[in-house]
Every structure is written in structure tokens, then in C-alpha cells.
Design a protein around this ligand. Structure first.
Ligand SMILES: [Fe+2]
Length: 307
């Protein structure tokens, strides 16, 4: 079913039979050769995305085990480690195994560890991050991945969800895939982080952080999978499409992350670590635990320019 601009709506179509949501997608691309993991145990959290890694000492990761952790990250897109045993130094050192670490210009960083973003949530900061996104997609060179460590967690609530955006792309109708082929979209920080700034601060910060344009469908640089790369918080418009039509198209594409078939969910315990691939996923932090406190620390690894 489509609206007047030809954009599919979320209402099910009985004309195509009793199929309401997406069909099951595959976890990996057609070219991926699955090999067993012999250095640790992997416990899947959903059929396509998310696995808990059991039996790894993250503070003393030899090169072969790191290579397998990275392979598992490409295959499962999000990895979970219970009671990871990392302090802030070891957390950053682990992130640096993947590449150069990012300094986030807008979020609160630890004074003693400028690359560590500290999320300290209370009543005043309720309702941040409960929107699907890929970290720092507004950068010209966005993030490869993020490593989030739970410092203090609520008794209940505060789960994080991830969505497999390659599965989301795979399950788009063929005519939609054709329609978005080759399209690009603008990603910007102005409506989010910039909303808390004065006009002067916005324009001076703008000099250093212009909006970026990325493909609507990017190709994962390591797996080769096509992946939907627009998100509901940083993507502001689709280039070259009239605003009315573009807004609805963008809304439809962003809504794909909502399907539970593409998701996994993690209930945090203090000391847990999650590592995710920002090139393949989006995430959503539930904001259901206030006024309890939730303290998390994040290390973000710089990636590559999307293509
Ligand atoms: Fe995030």
C-alpha cells in the first residue's frame, strides 16, 4: 500500500496475502563463508544480529583472538561481554585495536580520558538517545564502531536495542530498492546537539562541522553488504527529491529499524560491554528507568567515508 506520493505506508496490504511484516533476512551476505569460532563461545541473541561472547579475557587479547572477535563483529554486528573486566584505560586500549579513537565535540567527555564519552542519566537528561541512529553519521568520516561499557545500571529498564540495517535493506520491496539506488542524504548535527546552543555558538561550530552527504544505501567496506544508512536523528533530507516527497521517503526508510525481526536487545548489568558496528546497525537506548541513575561510558572508533 502506498500513499499519494507513492511511498509505502506501514499498513498491511491484504492484496499481497497474509504477510504483514518483513520475512526473515539472512545474517550474512551471499559471499560470507562461515567458519567456526574455536577461541570462545558465541551465544546468539537473535537470528541475524547480536551475540554474547563467552570465554574471552578482553584485557589480554592476543592477536588471533582479536581477529576472531573482529570476524564475529562483522558476522553478528553487535557483541556482548558480561562483566568485561575493563577499566577506562583498558576500555580505550581495546577500542584502539580497531583504529583511531574519536573525540566527540558535543557530548560530555571524561576529563581524565578525553576520548571517553560519559553518559550520566538522571531526571534532567531523560529522553535522550531513545531514537534510532548510527553514531556520528553527521561526520564526513563517521564511526566504524562503538564500545559501550555499563558503569551503573538501574534495577530494571535502560536496555539498548540494535537493528540490523543490512537485513532491513534486504527486505525492502524491489521497487523501493530501485527507487533509492544512487540517492544521497544529508546528515547534520544542527537539529540535535545544535538545538542546545546559542545562535553564535551554532554558527562558529558550523565552521568546523559542516553537514555531510552520504549514500542512502552504503556498501559495507569489509563485508560488501548493502546497508540502509539513513537515521531518524541525524539524516535531514534526501538530496534532489522534493521536500514533501523526500520527508515521507525518509520517514519510511527510517521506520524500517522499528521492525522487531531486525532487532536484538540487551539488558545491562554493571561491568558489561557491548561492541557494535556503526556501518551495519542502528541503536536505540530506552528511556524508561528515570529517576533511577544509569551511567555508561563509550569509546568510538573512527571509520571510513561511506560509499
Ligand atoms: Fe548512540
Amino acid at each position: 500500500m502506498t500513499d499519494t506520493l507513492g511511498v509505502p505506508t506501514s499498513r498491511p496490504s491484504f492484496r499481497s496475502g497474509l504477510r504483514f511484516g518483513p520475512q526473515v533476512a539472512s545474517r550474512v551476505g551471499a559471499d560470507w563463508v562461515s567458519e567456526p569460532y574455536t577461541r570462545f563461545e558465541l551465544v546468539p541473541k537473535s537470528p541475524t544480529i547480536g551475540a554474547e561472547v563467552v570465554g574471552v579475557d578482553l584485557a589480554n587479547l592476543d592477536d588471533d583472538t582479536f581477529a576472531d572477535v573482529h570476524r564475529a563483529l562483522l558476522e553478528w554486528k553487535v557483541l556482548f561481554f558480561r562483566n568485561c573486566g575493563l577499566d577506562p584505560e583498558a576500555h580505550a586500549a581495546l577500542g584502539a585495536r580497531w583504529g583511531e579513537l574519536e573525540y566527540h565535540p558535543f557530548l560530555a567527555n571524561r576529563n581524565d580520558h578525553p576520548v571517553t564519552v560519559r553518559f550520566e542519566k538522571n531526571d534532567d537528561t531523560a529522553g535522550f538517545e531513545n531514537v534510532w541512529h548510527s553514531d556520528v553519521s553527521w561526520r564526513a568520516v563517521p564511526s566504524l564502531g562503538s564500545l559501550l561499557r555499563a558503569v551503573e545500571v538501574p534495577v530494571a529498564g535502560g536496555d539498548t536495542l540494535w537493528a540490523d540495517m543490512a537485513a532491513a535493506y534486504d527486505c525492502l520491496p524491489d521497487d523501493m530498492k530501485q527507487r533509492i539506488e544512487g540517492l544521497e542524504a544529508v546528515h547534520d548535527w544542527l537539529d540535535t546537539f545544535g538545538a542546545l546552543m546559542s545562535e553564535e555558538e551554532r554558527s562558529s561550530t558550523r565552521q568546523n562541522f559542516p553537514a555531510s552527504v552520504h549514500p542512502v544505501v552504503r556498501t559495507h567496506p569489509e563485508t560488501g553488504r548493502r546497508t540502509l544508512y539513513v537515521n531518524g536523528i541525524f539524516t535531514t533530507e534526501i538530496v534532489g527529491v522534493p521536500a514533501d516527497e523526500g520527508d515521507r521517503l525518509l520517514e519510511y526508510l527510517c521506520r524500517q529499524a522499528d521492525y522487531p525481526e531486525y532487532q536484538c536487545r540487551w539488558t545491562w548489568q554493571a561491568g558489561d560491554l557491548a561492541i557494535w558496528d556503526n556501518r551495519a546497525t542502528q541503536h536505540y537506548a530506552t528511556s524508561d528507568y528515570h529517576p533511577q541513575r544509569r551511567v555508561m561510558e563509550r569509546i568510538t572508533v573512527i571509520g571510513d567515508r561511506p560509499f
